[in-house]
Write a protein that binds this ligand. Structure first.
Ligand SMILES: *Cc1c(COP(=O)(O)O)cnc(C)c1O
Length: 415
């Protein structure tokens, strides 16, 4: 489904006009479609229905309490990478028993809190982390469920910053080391083997790297079974891409499931997946307003009120996002670099975009539901955007725009 469509040349989010949202809540603002998030979650649910499967939504993609609460009510589990994300899940009404905890540098206090909350399992990324969790679990007398995140050493063929499954990356354990550690976990009084996991990267548009990693993971599952260490679940991570450009062809959850099928066939294992972007990416856009149109000898800039601090993907990953005028006019189209107010030349949301706009026009940066707000910062002392969730003909503010007071609430000027 496309939750953002034009009617009479005006962009709508479900049944609400984006211009109305901008007038009510200001710009820049993130706008999410509830129906689109539900639709994508259900697409995963349907695709995986042949197995005992759990969808652990990756919280870092979009961690708004309203979004987490919506997913919790649909029955989702959660993949977290910090103690802060755990608190968000709990605050949003998520079930700790459906939480998997990933991340390479879990602190002792985060581990303690997760054990107390009763999370489903820790995804372990190194030997010293395993040592630390075993020690803390022993001290607290709460056995820790653990899964080893293996690094299958496959090229995910995606941007190097979001590629995580090659041996030179900091993530996961080599398969040989994992074999040794499973034996040790099986013998530990404070640890329980629950599964194995992998996550090779993000924004994968091809199923081949997934298949290569599944092969290695399931080989390990068989090897462990042969040695009397049966697993309860296999967690295949996240990473399914979405189309950002018209040329991108992204596999649907059902095609992803078909890639899993040969490996799961005939097994009693539970299946866990950790999709983030593919659930929320398409469900959000960033509304901003044109402040100035500036022409130089080299070309034209549309200078807008959203910058790289609000939406980092174009600057950080050279990511391409469609940008369109909220009110489509029939005048002359001009090529613009759409740039933000931040004092960095990297602060460009999109280059060479053909638009018919004037100062004051509203623009929508599309497919910004994932890794949008969650990566926003206060750089240049800019207040982070508001967030709005649309449900049918209702637009609700789910996060107020940050205020000046909040901007320095925690700062101290020494006497
Ligand atoms: C980021 C991340 C995900 C989600 O990745 P997407 O590309 O958003 O689906 C899943 N698992 C782990 C361990 C991650 O770090």
């Amino acid at each position: 489904m496309n939750p953002f469509e034009y009617r009479d040349n005006q962009l709508y989010a479900e049944q609400v006009s984006c211009a109305e949202i901008a007038n009510a809540y200001g710009t820049p603002s993130y706008v999410y479609s509830k129906a689109a998030i539900e639709d994508r979650y259900r697409a995963f649910e349907d695709a995986l229905q042949d197995w005992q499967a759990r969808i652990c939504y990756s919280v870092k993609a979009n961690s708004s309490l309203a979004v987490l609460s919506l997913l919790a009510r649909l029955g989702a589990g959660f993949d977290i990478v910090s103690g802060g994300e755990l608190e968000r899940v709990l605050r949003a009404g998520g079930d700790a028993r459906k939480v998997v905890f990933s991340g390479v540098a879990k602190r002792a206090d985060e581990i303690r809190r997760a054990l107390l909350a009763g999370i489903y399992c820790f995804n372990i990324e190194s030997l010293p982390e395993l040592d630390r969790i075993e020690h803390i679990a022993g001290e607290m007398d709460i056995p820790a469920n653990v899964s080893l995140r293996v690094n299958p050493d496959v090229d995910a063929d995606t941007h190097p910053y979001i590629s995580t499954g090659q041996k030179e990356n900091k993530f996961g354990l080599g398969i040989d080391q994992a074999r040794e550690l499973y034996q040790r976990i099986a013998d530990s009084r404070s640890l329980r083997v629950t599964g194995v996991d992998c996550h090779i990267g993000s924004q994968l548009l091809d199923l081949a790297p997934f298949r290569s990693s599944f092969e290695k993971v399931f080989e390990l599952v068989d090897w462990l079974e042969d040695r009397g260490i049966p697993l309860r679940h296999v967690d295949l991570g996240g990473g399914l891409g979405i189309p950002y450009t018209r040329a991108d062809l992204a596999p649907a959850p059902v095609q992803y499931a078909r890639a899993i099928e040969p490996f799961m066939h005939g097994r009693q294992l539970e299946l866990v997946v950790e999709p983030g972007r593919s659930i929320v990416g398409h469900a959000g856009l960033l509304l901003c307003r044109v402040e100035y149109l500036k022409s130089t000898d080299e070309g034209n800039f549309a200078l807008v009120d959203a910058g790289m601090n609000d939406f980092m993907r174009p600057s950080l990953y050279s990511a391409w996002h469609e940008i369109s005028a909220v009110h489509r006019e029939s005048g002359e189209q001009v090529l613009y670099d759409v740039a933000g107010p931040v004092c960095e030349s990297a602060d460009v949301l999109g280059r060479q975009r053909s638009l018919c706009i004037r100062p004051g026009s509203l623009l929508a940066v599309h497919d910004a539901g994932a890794y949008g707000f969650t990566m926003a910062s206060n750089y240049n002392s800019r207040m982070r955007p508001a967030e709005v969730l649309v449900d049918g003909d209702l637009a609700r503010l789910i996060r107020k725009r940050e205020s000046i007071d909040q901007l320095f609430a925690d700062e101290i000027i020494p006497d």
